[in-house]
Unconditional design. Structure first.
Length: 143
């Protein structure tokens, strides 16, 4: 099974950590301890979020901060920032099918009518949720 890169969910985790921990210095080490991953991975993804102008990083003392209000960052913004799909296409259709076979000769064209619509529907859902929604849900679960 092909899955969307975990960079997407890790990026959501990073942004939530920056917002919820905004009263502290949110270094890659602090965030990595929550994600239970290497700080290098966090820094790499933070670099993608910085390039997308979602976060800034303090020079010297370290720590990250949001460049826009959490309620203005959609999950689609995060999805695009971390480049989880190759060539902008979520689904990759297998190539070099047997053109002598009725299935092999037609499957790609048929799938290319359906799969872009599926991707578009998913992207519309991601546009409808913000990081603010994620953070609010997390904080509601706080004991």
């Amino acid at each position: 099974m092909i899955q969307i890169s975990s960079r997407f969910t890790v990026a959501i985790h990073i942004l939530a950590a920056i917002e919820i921990g905004s009263d502290k210095v949110c270094t890659s080490e602090v965030i990595a301890s929550s994600i239970q991953n290497n700080p290098v991975v966090v820094r790499r993804i933070m670099g993608m979020l910085k390039k997308a102008e979602l976060v800034g990083v303090n020079i010297g003392c370290g720590g990250a901060y949001l460049l826009k209000p959490i309620k203005d960052i959609t999950l689609f913004d995060v999805y695009r920032a971390v480049d989880v799909v190759k060539d902008g296409r979520l689904f990759q259709v297998h190539e070099n099918t047997n053109q002598e076979c009725i299935i092999g000769a037609n499957i790609q064209d048929i799938l290319m009518l359906i799969l872009p619509k599926a991707q578009s529907a998913m992207e519309d859902i991601l546009r409808s949720y913000t990081m603010g929604d994620i953070v609010t849900s997390i904080l509601q679960r706080k004991n």
